[in-house]
Design a protein around this ligand. Structure first.
Ligand code: PLP
Length: 373
């Protein structure tokens, strides 16, 4: 198998699984219990939290473990807006956010909030002047993703954070595609709330985090005991937390070489596609893209046909369209960058990861060529 769908999920590293196993077997104690083995587990959970916090230059008690990116996005937006209700009910986001953000802000509209959806250019970047003009007296929250999951475009996050802070507006970023892949410093970038998910960085599924700059002012997600600083109670998912921490430890060590290797493979895939496949168009921001993500619109062959041909040859990739209720809807991201429904239906996302090799790229292009001969 050649797996080129790392933006969807990644294979947990063996060291991650090894770090988890003891907590699924002999170290099964509830970290809130009183006896020694449980206290040791508590210390390990808190040490994992400390290490993960350090990775994004955040204080240890600003990291709350959640079930993943979707939960963190929901929480950040719903509670972030709620704590500023006195100031107003206006939220700014973009047209290319993940559904975890878009469907949450739509829910907020139903609750009486107004939402501005910023346009992006043909490369998927927002315009900072448009962001400034969208800000109103009653704007309480800006939620803009760090990098897009379909086209890989990275937003000018530091500048957005600066604008938000100058205006006293909370800034949330969905960093699910960048956490563990790019350097993030919540202070340097002016981030107040950040969502991340372990399964995108070779960790387990069903565990993520929300970074909360000022947790004293933040609203609880759930009501219950005192776990997760009382903000998200419930017995901790200890094994997954340990796996998440191990994945972060590995990412921290090899991030630079990962970036270099994936950029090289992406360049190879891009240039081979452009050379070998007539009419192929790359959808990207050349200077600001994720190291491994390459989004391509092909000429004359549907994404479905391409994916089937790739699949028949053991190659996993994704379409730029989401299949809903049996109909192929054009991707909102591709529509926002100006692609027609027809172009969107011929678009494929390849996302390269840690275990891919040059040979994978060569084989993939070889299979693609058979469709365009
Ligand atoms: N946000 C982005 C940008 C994503 O790519 C994803 C997952 O694909 C999510 C949020 C949701 O994360 P999770 O799968 O952890 O709920």
């Amino acid at each position: 198998m050649i797996y080129l769908d790392h933006a969807a999920t990644t294979r947990p590293e063996s060291a991650v699984i090894e770090a988890m196993i003891p907590f699924l077997s002999e170290n099964y104690m509830n970290p809130s219990a009183f006896y020694q083995p449980a206290v040791r587990t508590r210390m390990q959970v808190e040490s994992a939290r400390r290490n993960i916090a350090g990775f994004i230059n955040a204080p240890y008690d600003s990291i709350i473990f959640t079930s993943g990116g979707t939960e963190s996005d929901n929480w950040a937006i719903r509670m972030g807006a709620k704590i500023c209700e006195d100031k107003g009910r206006h939220i700014i986001t973009t047209k290319i956010e993940h559904p975890a953000v878009l469907n949450t802000v739509r829910y907020m509209e139903e609750q009486g909030y107004e939402v501005t959806y910023l346009d992006v250019d043909a490369t998927g970047r927002i315009d900072l002047e448009s962001l400034k003009s969208a800000i109103r007296q009653d704007t309480v929250l800006i939620s803009i993703m760090h990098a897009n999951n379909e086209i890989g475009t990275i937003q000018p996050i530091k500048e957005i954070g600066k604008i938000a802070h100058e205006q006293g507006i909370l800034f949330h970023t969905d960093a699910v595609q960048t956490f563990g892949h790019l350097k993030i410093d919540v202070d340097e970038f002016g981030i107040d709330l950040l969502s991340a998910s372990a399964h995108k960085l070779y960790g387990p599924k069903g565990i993520g985090l929300l970074y909360i700059r000022d947790r004293k002012k933040f609203a609880k997600l759930l009501f219950g005991g005192s776990q997760e600083l009382g903000l998200r109670p419930g017995t901790e998912n200890v094994a997954d937390i340990m796996g998440f921490a191990k994945a972060v430890e590995i990412a921290d060590k090899i991030m630079d070489s990962d970036i270099e290797a994936q950029n090289a493979l992406r360049d190879e895939l891009k240039s081979s596609i452009l050379k070998e496949i007539p009419g192929a168009v790359i959808n990207e921001n050349e200077d600001n893209h994720l190291p491994g993500t390459l989004n391509v619109t092909f000429e004359g062959v549907s994404a479905e046909t391409i994916l089937i041909r790739l699949d028949m040859n053991g190659i996993c990739a994704s379409a730029g369209s989401a299949c809903s209720a049996g109909a192929l809807e054009p991707s909102h991201v591709l529509t926002a960058i100006g692609k027609s429904t027809d172009e969107a239906s011929r678009t494929i996302r390849f996302s390269i990861g840690r275990e891919n090799t040059k040979d994978d790229i060569v084989k993939t292009v070889k299979v693609l060529k058979t469709l365009f001969a």
